[in-house]
Structures are given as structure tokens and as C-alpha cells.
Design a protein around this ligand. Structure first.
Ligand SMILES: [Zn+2]
Length: 272
């Protein structure tokens, strides 16, 4: 979800739009799976929900930043940006910390029941293409942004590194959700450094054990270290069922159903 750059840079929308168009086209020319003919219905619902999410974040951002500024002042925590670290070390350290924070909030979204109610919207897509990157409940975007901003204000990370991470995530997110078929060797080499579509598709599996793996956002290393890495789907990338665990819906939820989804107990929470 492109939460990061929204706060820091209004050019976010261009970056997201461009990356989305590129990855959707790549998925159409080199498809990994057959996504069905009525995919446009899913796109319509996803874009509607995403528009509300962006609007809500735009409205809430000044307030969130104000609260976080007050928290930073009250805590008197020494800012990482003012520790006099050499620039390359600061950049690498910041990117690693930001990505670890993404991993942790994603893991929390699967472990804490009320967060899972919001996050399960993202997992409700039984297909998987670049637009899935935008499928998040507006309240989830707001809550996760608030949590991440709070942690960032405590750590005192430099704004420029946050913008850089936001740029990388917004370019990478449509790629990692894309329906693109990468050559096996390319995927194998790439996933040493970044999360690949095949690796993240495992996380969108309807099987609980597979859906409870590969939480990483940009880098795959946290999943290795925390032993949540899973190389592949038992049923295979082309035929393994995607979506919510135990959910045997024949049809994708529409715009209103997606918005109301957190209110329904519905699908089981992913558990460890
Ligand atoms: Zn997830």
C-alpha cells in the first residue's frame, strides 16, 4: 500500500499510476495465471476503495503529523538523523528499519484480530494482479499509517530516507502483486534481494499455512530471519487457490461488500 510517500510527496499518484500501468501491461503480455474475463469488475471495486483510502489519508495526514510531532517533542528521543552517521550508513540503516517496520505491521495485521478484520480485505482478491496492491480497506490505511508514523517519529528517521523508501515501495508494490511470469532463474536471483511476485503470491494463498508466510514488503530477509519464508505454493503458482482461508465464494466482492467486509466475522484469521 502506498502509504509512505503520500505523507511526504504529492507526486505519489503519478508514480503509483505509472508503475500500475506498466505492471498491468506486463501481466497481460506475460501472464502467470488465468485471471478470468470479468477482471474489470474487481478493478472497479478496487479503484473505488483505493480512492476513498487516498482521500481519507489526505484529510488525516496533517492531524497525524501534528500528533506525531507532539509525541516526538514529549519523548525527547535522540533522532537517528542527528547522530552524525555517514550518509551511506544512514541511508542503508533507514531503509532496513523502514522495511522491518513494514514487516512488523504486516505481521501484526495477521495476528491481531481487529487488524486482521481490516487487512483481510487485501486478501479477498481471488485473482492477483498489480491492482491488488491498491486493495486495502480505507480504515486499514489510516490505522497502519498512524502506527508507522508514530514509530518513525520515535526513531527520528530523516525525511529524505522516508521519501526514498516510499518511492521504492510505490514502484515495487505493483510489481510484487503483478500477474507476471518471470523466468525461473530470474526469480531465483531476484528473491535474494527483493520480494518477487511468485514469493508474494504464496502470501495470498487461501491455505492458512501459506498465507501465514512471506510478510516482507521490499526485502525478503526478514522472512528468512523470522522463519516465515516459504519458497512456493503446494498446489503450484498456476493452480494454487488464492484468497481468504476457508472462503469458497464463487464471485469477487463488489465495492460496497469490500467496504463492509471488516464488519463481518467471516473468514478465519490467519494463525500461527
Ligand atoms: Zn497479508
Amino acid at each position: 500500500m502506498p502509504r509512505w510517500l503520500l505523507i511526504a510527496n504529492q507526486n505519489t499518484y503519478w508514480i503509483i499510476g505509472l508503475a500500475l500501468a506498466l505492471m498491468l501491461s506486463a501481466g497481460l503480455f506475460l501472464p502467470r495465471r488465468d485471471l478470468g474475463a470479468d477482471r474489470w469488475k474487481v478493478w472497479a471495486a478496487t479503484l473505488g476503495v483505493a480512492a476513498i483510502g487516498f482521500g481519507l489519508l489526505e484529510l488525516a495526514s496533517p492531524w497525524l503529523l501534528k500528533v506525531d510531532g507532539a509525541v516526538t517533542n514529549a519523548l525527547h528521543v535522540p533522532a537517528l538523523a542527528r547522530m552524525g552517521l555517514p550518509a551511506p550508513i544512514l541511508i542503508i540503516l533507514s531503509l532496513l528499519l523502514l522495511d522491518l517496520l513494514s514487516y512488523a505491521t504486516h505481521l501484526m495485521s495477521h495476528q491481531i484480530p481487529w487488524l486482521w478484520r481490516l487487512h483481510k480485505v487485501h486478501h479477498s482478491d481471488t485473482g492477483f494482479d498489480a491492482t491488488t496492491a491498491l486493495l486495502h480497506h480505507p480504515l486499514e490505511s489510516l490505522v497502519i499509517t498512524a502506527i508507522q508514523l508514530f514509530v518513525l517519529s520515535v526513531l527520528g528517521l530523516p525525511l529524505i530516507e522516508i521519501v526514498l523508501y516510499g518511492l521504492l515501495v510505490n514502484l515495487h508494490n505493483p510489481f510484487v502483486h503483478s500477474n507476471i511470469r518471470l523466468p525461473e532463474q530470474v526469480d531465483r536471483v531476484l528473491r535474494w534481494f527483493i520480494v518477487t511476485p511468485d514469493m508474494h503470491r504464496v502470501h495470498h494463498s487461501a491455505r492458512m499455512d501459506e498465507g501465514n508466510s512471506n510478510f516482507g514488503m521490499l526485502f525478503p530477509w526478514w522472512d528468512w530471519l523470522c522463519r516465515s519464508y516459504r519458497a512456493d505454493m503446494a498446489e503450484g503458482q498456476k493452480t494454487g487457490q488464492l484468497g481468504l482461508p476457508g472462503d469458497a465464494r464463487a464471485e469477487q466482492p463488489g465495492f460496497v461488500q469490500v467496504l463492509l467486509m471488516p464488519a463481518k466475522a467471516g473468514s478465519r484469521r490467519v494463525q500461527r
